[in-house]
Structure formats: structure tokens, C-alpha cells
Design a protein around this ligand. Structure first.
Ligand SMILES: NC(=O)c1ccc[n+]([C@@H]2O[C@H](COP(=O)([O-])OP(=O)(O)OC[C@H]3O[C@@H](n4cnc5c(N)ncnc54)[C@H](O)[C@@H]3O)[C@@H](O)[C@H]2O)c1
Ligand SMILES: N[C@H](CO)Cc1c[nH]c[nH+]1
Ligand SMILES: [Zn+2]
Length: 394
């Protein structure tokens, strides 16, 4: 179906289900494994006997050579990208006689959620796991709905040296990794995309555990001019529509002809596509900056020029580059912020698994730095702060 105006609320908005998800989280928090067995039966329709995947090696051995080769290629591509952007420690900077620097240290225990309601997402395990390896994370745990755990997820888990794989989906998986249960390890940070229940759960547990932001049902905004290929645009929109009915799919274009072709083709689809005419590409960029979409595709002439005008987007593909290439093998991540979170953060990367520790050493700092500290500390009423500084540099 085609709509010609942007909606007030996005299809992937999860605010309405927060109370339901809160109940799931509290149940897991109080009853642990027992709650999870029950919730898995309710939501995934499986009677589990174990919450752990115990036959990883056997499952992994079923993966074809073709798939193994593809996984290896994609693994290297993501590894190289993250290794290139990995920040170095900075030791021994100084200003006004104060030495300082930063150390980047990896997070110790990470829980990766791999979605798997309608379809399995082994590619997401690569997207979340490889940057963790680049960062040096020692303990990686994985959770994914039981019905969609497959040999490729097992194979990638072995490649990532994952400690444990849990056969748990939805909000109950997030609660389990956030608080720990008899079976599930409590982690320091949860990373990974998922449906509205998964993201609402991440949002709710974020006061107790680190999260990587909100990465809910897929969003794609395409900006296109007369030079764009209508068939490519139809394919790109339908590609992201494959993620389900809650995807948010938008075309902003200056071309009436493009609107006509795309509308004729996509109006019959079950998903909703928002197709808007704009007066200029600059106007489209302004709208995209306000929407802050997960995927932004610039199918315009001089895409590089417009790239510089983008302020808010999870990831951008330029010209005829398909957004689906980022989903698989470009190197940049497909775990990307939705629901406007691209206004404050980007896609998952090595940075999500690192924390910056700053240090300072001041043997002979400039007098003015000491005086400034004492004056401000006293103004704040922190006299011992002022004294503890002053006494050392008299
Ligand atoms: N933004 C991103 O970076 C990104 C990346 C990949 C995928 N995605 C999105 O991830 C999503 C995957 O969704 P999915 O559903 O296939 O898998 P999922 O694993 O996210 O969700 C499945 C789980 O949802 C739970 N659930 C289902 N109905 C429920 C209900 N009524 N109440 C409580 N819990 C319920 C079940 O426990 C089930 O295990 C898609 O929307 C896709 O667009 C986003
Ligand atoms: N488009 C999704 C992110 O919104 C990622 C994905 C995984 N597999 C295929 N696509
Ligand atoms: Zn996709």
C-alpha cells in the first residue's frame, strides 16, 4: 500500500507494549528459568527441556562449504572495517603541565541477541560478534529464539568462541541476560536488534545493564532524483519490507515519473510505503535529518556532495549501492538505530565494546590550573577538594 504523507507515529513505535513487556521482565527477574520455560511455551510455542544449546559442534558440522566460505568472507570484511576504526590508546598528552591520556579497555561480558521470529538472522551474529572480537571481549554469550537457531548460527558461534548459546527469544531473553538466571549468565552489556518486544525490553533493562541503543523493526529512507533507477528502488524497498509489516519504508523524490512507476508496482504489496514528492534534494535531506532513519539511501547524482549534508542516519549507501549490501558484506554494520535513535548514535561497532578510561598525572602543573581548581571548588562549597589540591602544590 502507498501512502503520500509521513505518519505521526512510526509503525515500529513500541511505547504501547511497554506495560506487557514490563510484566515479562519482572516475571523472569523473580522466577528465573522457570519463568523462561513458561514464556517460551507461550510465545514461541516450544516446550524446552534445556535453555542452552548443547549440540553446537554437531549443528555446525552441517554447514555447507559454500556457506562457510561466504561467512569467512563477510567475517573478514566486518573485521577489517572495525579494525580500521578501532581507536588507539593515547598516552602522554599534556597541556599546562598536566599529563593525560586515554586507555581503551574492552567490556568483559557481552550478551548478543540474535533475532529469529519470522526468519533466522545469522548475519546479525556476525555483525554483533566480529566487532566484539576486534575489541577483545573475552566472554560472549548469545541468545536467539529456539525455533530459528540453525547450523549457521552454531558455526558462527564457534568461530566467535562464544561461551554459551541460549535458546531463548524475545523480552525474556533480554531480561535473562540483564539479571541472570540459574542457567543464563548475567552480562555487562546487551547488544542486538529485534522486534518491538525485544527493543522495549532493552529499553526497560537499560537502567541495570548496558545496551547498544534501540534497533527495532527496520527503517529505510530513499532519496532519489530523476537519475535513479526505478526498478532498483522498488527492489530496495521490497528488500527491507521482507523484515515484516512493522518496517518503516519511505521514498522522497523530486521525480513524478519515479512516483508513478513505484506507486503502480508497490501499491499492491501488504507493507505500507510512504512516497512523498519533494521540491529539491535539499528538502529531502532536511526531512531525512528529522526522521533520522536507520538506513538512508542517496540514489541521486552527486551523492557524495549530499552525504556531507546528512546529520542523522544509522548508515548511508551512496548512489546505486544497494542498502542490502550493508545488511551483509560492506563492512559497516547492519545493527543500526531506529525510532530516531540515529539522532544520538550510529550503528554497532568496535566502540560498543570499548570504554575509554582517562588518566591524569600532574607533577609540576602550571600554577594557574591549580588556582582555577581551588577557586571553583571553593565556589561549589567543596573546601576539602580545594585543600587536597592546594596542599600538594604550595
Ligand atoms: N534495526 C536493526 O539493526 C535491525 C537489524 C536486524 C533486524 N531488525 C529487525 O528485527 C526484527 C526481528 O523480528 P522477529 O520478530 O523476526 O524476531 P525477534 O527475535 O526480534 O522476536 C521474536 C520473539 O518475540 C517474542 N514475541 C513475539 N510475539 C510476542 C508477544 N505478543 N508478546 C511478547 N513477546 C512476543 C517471542 O518471544 C519471540 O521469540 C525485525 O523487525 C527486523 O526488522 C532490525
Ligand atoms: N536490514 C536489517 C537491518 O534493518 C538487517 C538484515 C539482516 N539480514 C538482512 N537484513
Ligand atoms: Zn535487511
Amino acid at each position: 500500500m502507498i501512502k503520500r504523507e509521513l505518519p505521526k507515529d512510526r509503525p515500529n513505535d513500541f511505547s504501547k507494549i511497554i506495560p506487557d513487556v514490563e510484566k515479562i521482565i519482572n516475571y523472569v527477574k523473580t522466577k528465573g528459568d522457570e519463568a523462561i520455560f513458561e514464556l517460551e511455551e507461550k510465545f514461541d510455542k516450544v516446550k524446552l527441556t534445556s535453555l542452552k544449546l548443547n549440540n553446537i559442534e554437531e549443528l555446525a558440522s552441517q554447514v555447507s562449504e559454500d556457506l562457510k566460505k561466504s561467512i569467512d568472507i563477510i567475517y573478514s570484511q566486518i573485521y577489517e572495517f572495525n579494525n580500521t576504526i578501532k581507536p588507539p590508546n593515547m598516552i602522554g598528552g599534556s597541556f599546562n603541565g598536566v599529563e593525560y591520556g586515554v586507555l581503551w579497555r574492552s567490556i568483559e561480558k557481552v550478551g548478543i541477541y540474535v533475532p529469529g521470529g519470522d526468519k533466522a538472522y545469522p548475519s546479525t551474529l556476525l555483525m554483533a560478534g566480529v566487532p566484539a572480537i576486534v575489541a577483545g571481549v573475552k566472554e560472549i554469550y548469545v541468545s536467539s529464539p529456539p525455533n530459528k537457531i540453525n547450523p549457521v548460527i552454531a558455526y558462527i558461534s564457534l568461530k566467535l568462541n562464544v561461551k554459551e548459546v541460549y535458546t531463548i527469544g524475545g523480552a525474556q531473553a533480554i531480561a535473562a541476560m540483564a539479571y541472570g538466571t540459574q542457567t543464563v549468565k548475567k552480562v555487562d552489556k546487551i547488544v542486538g536488534p529485534g522486534n518491538i518486544y525485544v527493543q522495549a525490553a532493552k529499553y526497560l533493562v537499560s537502567s541495570d545493564v548496558g545496551i547498544d541503543g534501540i534497533e527495532g523493526p527496520t527503517e529505510l529512507v530513499i532519496i532519489a532524483d530523476e537519475s535513479a533507477n526505478p526498478n532498483n528502488i522498488i527492489l530496495d524497498l521490497r528488500a527491507q519490507a521482507e523484515h515484516g509489516r512493522l518496517t518503516f519504508l519511505v521514498l522522497l523524490t523530486t521525480s513524478d515519473k519515479l512516483i508513478e512507476i513505484v506507486t503502480r508496482e508497490l501499491d499492491k504489496d501488504e507493507n505500507t510505503y510512504f512516497v512523498l514528492k519533494v521540491n529539491s534534494i535539499d528538502e529531502a535531506i532536511d526531512i531525512a535529518n528529522e526522521v533520522a532513519p536507520e538506513h538512508l539511501s542517496l540514489q541521486v547524482e552527486n551523492a557524495n556532495e549530499y552525504l556531507m549534508k546528512v546529520k542523522n542516519a544509522g548508515a548511508i549507501t551512496l548512489g546505486s549501492t544497494p542498502p542490502a549490501l550493508i545488511d551483509y558484506s560492506a563492512g559497516p554494520n547492519h545493527i543500526l538505530p531506529t525510532n530516531s535513535w540515529a539522532k544520538i548514535r550510529g550503528g554497532v561497532s568496535v566502540y560498543d565494546y570499548l570504554k575509554m578510561i582517562m588518566y591524569a598525572s600532574a607533577k609540576t602543573p602550571d600554577k594557574k590550573v591549580i588556582e582555577a581548581s581551588k577557586i571553583l571548588a571553593k565556589y561549589e562549597g567543596f573546601n576539602y577538594h580545594a585543600d587536597s589540591i592546594g596542599v600538594r602544590y604550595e
